[in-house]
Design a protein around this ligand. Structure first.
Ligand SMILES: Cc1cc2nc3c(=O)[nH]c(=O)nc-3n(C[C@H](O)[C@H](O)[C@H](O)COP(=O)(O)OP(=O)(O)OC[C@H]3O[C@@H](n4cnc5c(N)ncnc54)[C@H](O)[C@@H]3O)c2cc1C
Length: 458
């Protein structure tokens, strides 16, 4: 096999894509704007840890890397909600044995880069893409010395993230659709260090949430006993980041909203005033593929807000589906890229919508008794009738075969069903009573099994 592939961006998706293509015999070069994070100091990246779920793991399995990543991951079996009094309420994510994983972004990226190189990928660092040629699948890169490299290839992938240079080049072309939408909330990362013995100050194997209706803070565990906290908060208005300009205002706000977290955050004020206030954007565009030679993948094709913990998972799934398409079309790139875009664009749009909706669920609904009650009923129905109802969170997070767009469609239908069930008087009285359970069974037994359209090319 002689085909040459250029990938722009050695982030999470570009590095994984390089690995899976090189494993199939392609000659791959990746150009990365930043220095090599494995040898340069001080690299932290955009968020320190990420939640990885089944879709991401499945793609890593294809690359033969799932065990390497499991070894550096911390399982999180559910959400732990903290109210203002410090009372903690636990809600499992799924069935016994279903969990998501907290993984360090930097460590993951390093493992992926090293794996890519092990399979023969050449990564050129400090090389910023400045131009592409759609007709010839070539790209131009500038080095810090001013030197310019022209990379010629048979296929060019833009895996260069939410502010993709490859996509910017496509945007000036006829009939390229593009939208970017910033939400009113931004985020700031904060920190709970390990205790003096190096242990976790909070329950380790859960994702912590301090839901406060219009905003929230979350915490994910790190292998060194610390937690990375992220405050998702409005940029402007009241309450908002713009109001918290003094040390006194920050302390007053945290003592009022997160009193049980404050004693565990000795560097709160320094972190608050040192760490950036970052924005959250959704990017949608089409087409993802040009001339059967140039394609967008990962955040370059679909940047989404982080509230479903699926941005990277979706990008990894893009790589998996691409490989399935390549196998299905016996290496014909034109057909492969066309099928890839046909399957993945609706999936990208769906997870973008789901991610925006899940912000409301996380910051507001998880503190709502009716919502938690509905979740329990849903989980019980799923246990009794696994082919007829699958909770939306389970479809998105613990399924690697239900396309996001199918999960969204089925989730909408199940919303209607659950509202019907929750309005039955015996269910309102006591959903665990024989009468309520019989009423639920009557409804469920009259329903057909869920039919799911495939997200694979065959
Ligand atoms: C706060 C936050 C929390 C998140 N949490 C999760 C989570 O829990 N789970 C999850 O699945 N996802 C999460 N995400 C989303 C996840 O970070 C992204 O989906 C993922 O990083 C996308 O990977 P990527 O490789 O497409 O892009 P990136 O990770 O952005 O990588 C792009 C790479 O391209 C390089 N590059 C950019 N421009 C150029 C250029 N001109 N030339 C050469 N190289 C270039 C960049 O330096 C970078 O290395 C989160 C995102 C945020 C912001």
């Amino acid at each position: 096999m002689s085909e040459r592939i250029t990938i722009v961006g050695a982030g999470l998706v570009g590095s994984l894509l390089g690995t899976v293509l090189a494993k199939r015999g392609y000659s791959v070069r990746i150009f990365e704007r930043r220095p090599d994070m494995r040898t340069s100091t001080g690299y932290a990246g955009r968020s320190i840890n990420l939640a990885m779920s089944d879709r991401g793991l499945r793609a890593l399995e294809t690359a033969g890397l799932a065990d390497d990543i499991r070894a550096i991951a911390i399982p999180m079996h559910g959400r732990m909600m903290h109210d203002k009094q410090g009372v903690q309420t636990y809600q499992p994510y799924g069935k016994e044995g279903q969990f998501i994983n907290s993984v360090s972004r930097g460590d993951l990226n390093k493992v992926l880069m090293t794996a890519a190189e092990r399979h023969g990928v050449e990564i050129i660092f400090n090389a910023r893409c400045t131009d592409i040629n759609v007709e010839s699948a070539s790209a131009t890169f500038e080095l810090p010395t001013g030197e310019v490299i022209l990379s010629e290839a048979d296929v060019l992938f833009g895996a260069d993230g939410a502010f993709s240079a490859v996509r910017s080049n496509l945007q000036v072309r006829d009939r390229f659709n593009y939208s970017q939408h910033y939400i009113d909330h931004g985020y700031k990362e904060l920190h709970i260090p390990a205790d003096d013995a190096g242990g976790f100050r909070l329950e380790k194997n859960v994702l912590h949430i301090w839901p406060r209706r219009s905003f929230m803070m979350i915490g994910l565990p790190n292998p060194d006993g610390s937690f990375t906290l992220t405050l998702f908060f409005a940029h402007n208005g009241s309450p908002s980041f713009e109001e918290l300009t003094t040390r006194e205002a920050v302390m007053e706000f945290f003592n009022e909203q997160f009193p049980n977290a404050v004693p565990m955050m000795p560097t709160l004020l320094d972190d608050f005033f040192t760490n950036p206030e970052s924005s959250l954007v959704t990017v949608r565009c089409s087409p993802w593929v040009f001339n059967g030679k140039v394609a967008l993948i990962g955040d370059a094709a679909h940047a989404i807000v982080p509230f479903y913990g699926q941005g990277m998972n979706c990008g990894f799934e893009d790589c998996n589906v691409l490989i399935e398409c390549l196998e299905h079309h016996h290496g014909n790139w034109d057909q492969t890229l066309e099928t890839y875009a046909r399957l993945r664009k609706p999936a990208g749009d769906a997870i973008a919508d789901l991610a925006l909706e899940n912000f409301i669920e996380m910051r507001d609904k998880v503190a709502d008794a009716r919502f938690l009650w509905r979740k329990k009923i849903e989980a019980w129905i799923h246990e009794q009738y696994p082919a007829k109802l699958i909770p939306l969170y389970t479809m998105v997070t613990f399924s690697a075969h239900i396309p996001y767009n199918e999960a969204l469609r089925i989730g909408r239908e199940q919303d209607v069903l659950m509202e019907e069930i929750m309005s039955i008087p015996s269910v309102i009285n006591d959903w665990t009573s024989d009468e309520a359970r019989q009423a639920i069974r009557d409804i469920m037994e009259s329903r057909a099994d869920i039919a799911i359209a495939s997200g694979s090319p065959s």
